[in-house]
Design a protein around this ligand. Structure first.
Ligand SMILES: NC(=O)c1ccc[n+]([C@@H]2O[C@H](COP(=O)([O-])OP(=O)(O)OC[C@H]3O[C@@H](n4cnc5c(N)ncnc54)[C@H](OP(=O)(O)O)[C@@H]3O)[C@@H](O)[C@H]2O)c1
Length: 320
């Protein structure tokens, strides 16, 4: 076992260390950034690139010389984020494009605009997402956590797949949450069952679905030159976390050890740029190492659950 293995294993034994800034700071000196330079000049699309973890990722990728395209709902926040990233990195190839993931019409419009504007898309980071405190439905009648975290990103990814394949070698990176460990894949909310809703559990089920979709896509895209990975940022200071009603107790307890957005985004940036993850696919990463996808048998889904997820997503997005 190398020193890096020993440090990683010690940190991984306790989530309050592993997920927090303490874990990041202990592991950081064991990493080598030397192989992250190839992303220079490549086009990276980051959903939710205008705040929190996504802004951290956009800043780090721009600093590495990537052409960064941030997606989000607000033109004001988009323009401010572009200025911030350009000022921080000196990289002028930073853009913002409007996207509301909770609206299928908006997703289709954004995909069309991206295909028009970007002759190549080398990396898609499906980062935007959130937790809802109450049952709410999208303009398409879909529960908001599922609409924003899964259904919209599923459609966006499907619509960009051919461009990613044309740009191969290409990568898709999903931003899930450690909360996924607590939930099995269940689809009640996605079928419109309001009594299945619970803010944290529903959010965590969407985050479980991202891990499942990553594994399915990795198999499906293996011969198209696209690798697919999923990561979680640990506990990261962000506007979304700060504003969440359901997370206020958690914030009071752990805020002194939250990661910065750049620290939270580090593994997503590494997955987008480093050579090692370009040679594998379908893995779940935290702090630059593959991690287990389940900690207890009760969260394991069946093949039938996976099939139902994809069938439902294809029907809801009109791709069936
Ligand atoms: N922060 C954490 O500790 C933590 C922990 C585990 C997992 N995560 C995951 O990390 C990701 C980012 O989280 P965060 O805490 O950085 O979130 P955040 O602070 O809420 O930022 C969300 C970003 O997504 C965009 N966004 C929100 N709703 C959108 C929509 N409907 N359509 C398009 N863009 C939208 C926002 O831009 P606009 O407002 O301009 O649309 C913003 O850029 C999420 O997937 C989250 O589940 C975060």
């Amino acid at each position: 076992m190398s020193d890096a293995d020993v440090i990683d294993a010690e940190v991984a034994a306790d989530d309050t260390i592993s997920f927090s800034r303490i874990g990041y700071e202990r592991r950081r000196p064991t990493w080598d950034d030397a192989d992250m330079q190839d992303v220079a000049g490549r086009t990276v699309v980051v959903s939710g690139g205008t705040a929190g973890v996504g802004l951290g990722a956009s800043t780090s990728l721009a600093a590495l010389g990537a052409h960064v395209v941030m997606l989000g709902r607000s033109a004001d926040r988009g323009e401010a984020a572009v200025k911030e990233v350009v000022a921080a990195t000196g990289n002028q190839r930073v853009e913002w494009v409007r996207l509301d993931l909770s609206s299928l019409e908006s997703v289709r419009a954004t995909a069309a605009e991206l295909l028009e504007r970007l002759p190549r898309i080398h990396v898609l980071i499906n980062n935007a997402g959130g937790m809802w405190d109450e049952w709410e439905t999208s303009v398409d009648g879909i529960e908001m956590s599922w609409a924003t975290n899964i259904v919209g990103p599923y459609l966006l990814t499907e619509l960009l797949l051919d461009r990613l394949a044309e740009s191969a070698p290409a990568r898709i990176v999903e931003m899930t949450s450690g909360g996924a460990y607590s939930q099995r894949l269940t689809l009640g909310e996605l079928r419109g069952e309001a009594d299945a809703f619970d803010p944290k559990a529903t959010y965590s089920r969407t985050k479980r679905a991202q891990i499942v979709l990553t594994e399915l896509r990795a198999a499906e895209l293996a011969d198209r030159g696209i690798v697919v990975h999923v990561t979680h940022p640990g506990w990261t200071d962000s506007p979304g976390l700060r504003e969440s009603g359901a997370m206020q107790g958690f914030i009071r307890r752990f805020e002194s050890d939250f990661r910065t957005p750049e620290q939270g985004a580090d593994t997503a940036v590494w997955l987008s740029s480093a050579r090692e993850p370009g040679a594998t696919s379908g893995l779940f990463w935290h702090d630059r190492r593959p991690r287990e996808t389940h900690r207890v048998d009760a969260t394991r889904e069946t093949e039938q659950d996976r099939r139902e997820l994809v069938e439902l997503l294809r029907r809801l997005t009109g791709l069936a």
